[in-house]
Each structure stands twice: as structure tokens, then as C-alpha cells.
Design a protein around this ligand. Structure first.
Ligand SMILES: Nc1ncnc2c1ncn2[C@@H]1O[C@H](COP(=O)(O)OP(=O)(O)O)[C@@H](O)[C@H]1O
Ligand SMILES: [Mg+2]
Length: 256
């Protein structure tokens, strides 16, 4: 059988007295679009932080393409092909849309340009322009390329963040609530774009999503976290009818 692209084995994360993740084990196959759901505070973001290396687990191992990455620092994991977006937007808000992409591709921040010889800076910039433009077109951001990132409408900023995460051509993309703050219609179009993207870039995507309605039609498989533990795993239909999941969401917004 083919090696899963990601294997998380028995991960436990503790913050002081709080167990944020407890013995979390799952695998992700190459090309999957896996959804992670669960109430607020369930440990979803912490799971991403553990996969990217921002948080170190107390116990357990993480394997990426068969390689044990548990002790690798975040930048080395990024170099192997793991990229993420954050629950709250993190863009260079005073730079243009295009510069945000180029920076993610490794171009030095414009203020540091004087540290490089002008011809070599321009050469780097020119090389990156083409791929930056291609990425902007994919995300329908090309018309906005010269706009300052903070001046973009919210939905476009969200798309820019995803485009930026793709700048280094990752193999695994982790999206933390990409549809938060979007209207239902915007959320659905974003999911449609992600679907296309997955094919175009042969990407594996793990998506944290609070809203079951959004993930239902798009994720082949869902994992439900509650108080740091996986309480259910299965197709969206199985998850929607799982009593433990419904129980976990009681008091939260309804699932559908
Ligand atoms: N850096 C941290 N330090 C202390 N507690 C944290 C930290 N990050 C998350 N937590 C706690 O861990 C639990 C899980 O948080 P989180 O992973 O953000 O949940 P979710 O993304 O599912 O809403 C919460 O109780 C949260 O307060
Ligand atoms: Mg979160």
C-alpha cells in the first residue's frame, strides 16, 4: 500500500495543566481533502501548529512522506512541502498584492533591497514575476495586483493568503478556517477554487472548518476533535449522523 503523505501517531500536547491534544492518531493519503471539525477549543489549531512545528508534542510522532519530522524546525518542514494559512489573516498589509506573493517566494522585503546589488535584486524580482502572476490569475487576484493588501475586500485578502501559502509549491496545505467571515456564497466559491486547485497543483489539503455545511460537499473524509481527542472519523454523512459529534456540538451552533 502507498505510504500516506502524513501520519500523525499518538500526539499529545499539553499547555501547563491543559491537555490540548490527547493521543491523536490519523493518516492522510496523498491527494485527499480532509476536513477537521470540532467545537471551539477542541485542539484543531494546535494540531496544525504541531504539524508545522510551531508547537512540540509531549508524546507521539509525525511522519511526512514516510520521514519522521517530529524534531524538525518549522522552516525545514516548510521546505519539505508543508504550508499553512492562519485563522487570522497574516499578510504584509502595507505591501501590494503582488509583492506579498513575491515575498512568499523568497524575494527580500523591499526595505532590505539595498542590501543586494540592484541588478541581482531586479533579476530575482523578474524571475518571480511570472510565477507570481500565474498564481494571482489562478486566484482571480490579478486585477488587484497593484493594490495594497490592506485595501482589498476581506474575501480577496483570504484568497491572497491562500495564494501566498502556495508560493513555494507545497505538497500539503493546511487551511485554518479559510471560510471564516465569508458569506455562505463566498465560502462555497472558495471551496470550489480549492477543489480545482487540488487537481491543478496535485495538492493534499487539510481543512479546519467550523461550519459543517461548508465541508459537507467537499471533504471526502472528516475527523472530529473534541477536548483534544478524535471522537469520530468518517464520511461527512457518517459524521453528521454520529451521536457523539452531535453531542459535542450541543450548545454550539447547529450542524446544518
Ligand atoms: N499557546 C497556547 N498556550 C496555552 N494554551 C493554549 C495555547 N494554544 C491553545 N491553547 C489552548 O488549547 C486548547 C485548544 O486550542 P485550539 O487548538 O486553538 O482550539 P481550536 O482551534 O479547536 O478552537 C484551548 O483550550 C486553548 O485555550
Ligand atoms: Mg482554531
Amino acid at each position: 500500500m502507498k505510504e500516506p503523505i502524513l501520519r500523525v501517531e499518538g500526539i499529545t500536547v499539553r499547555f501547563g495543566g491543559l491537555v490540548a491534544l490527547k493521543e491523536v492518531t490519523f493518516s492522510v493519503e496523498e491527494g485527499e481533502l480532509l476536513g477537521i471539525i470540532g467545537p471551539n477549543g477542541a485542539g484543531k489549531t494546535t494540531l496544525f501548529n504541531t504539524i508545522t512545528g510551531a508547537v512540540s508534542p509531549e508524546k507521539g510522532r509525525i511522519y511526512f512522506q514516510g520521514k519522521d519530522i517530529t524534531s524538525l524546525p518549522p522552516h525545514k518542514r516548510a521546505r519539505l512541502g508543508i504550508a499553512r494559512t492562519f485563522q487570522n489573516l497574516r499578510l504584509f498589509s502595507r505591501l501590494t498584492v503582488e509583492d506579498n506573493i513575491k515575498l512568499a517566494m523568497g524575494l527580500p522585503y523591499p526595505a532590505f533591497a539595498p542590501l543586494f546589488s540592484l541588478p541581482s535584486y531586479h533579476k530575482m524580482e523578474k524571475q518571480m514575476s511570472e510565477s507570481a502572476i500565474a498564481l494571482l490569475k489562478t486566484f482571480h487576484l490579478y486585477p488587484y495586483r497593484d493594490r495594497i493588501a490592506s485595501a482589498l475586500p476581506y474575501g480577496e485578502r483570504k484568497r491572497l493568503e491562500i495564494a501566498r501559502a502556495l508560493a513555494l509549491k507545497p505538497k500539503l496545505l493546511l487551511l485554518d478556517e479559510p471560510t471564516a467571515g465569508l458569506s455562505h456564497q463566498e465560502a462555497i466559491s472558495l471551496m470550489e477554487e480549492l477543489k480545482e486547485l487540488r487537481k491543478g497543483f496535485s495538492l493534499t489539503i487539510i481543512l479546519i472548518e467550523h461550519n459543517m455545511r461548508v465541508v459537507m460537499g467537499y471533504c471526502g473524509r472528516l475527523i472530529t476533535l473534541n477536548y483534544g481527542e478524535i471522537i469520530a472519523e468518517g464520511t461527512p454523512e457518517e459524521i453528521a449522523n454520529n451521536p457523539a459529534v452531535l453531542q459535542a456540538y450541543l450548545g454550539e451552533e447547529s450542524l446544518c
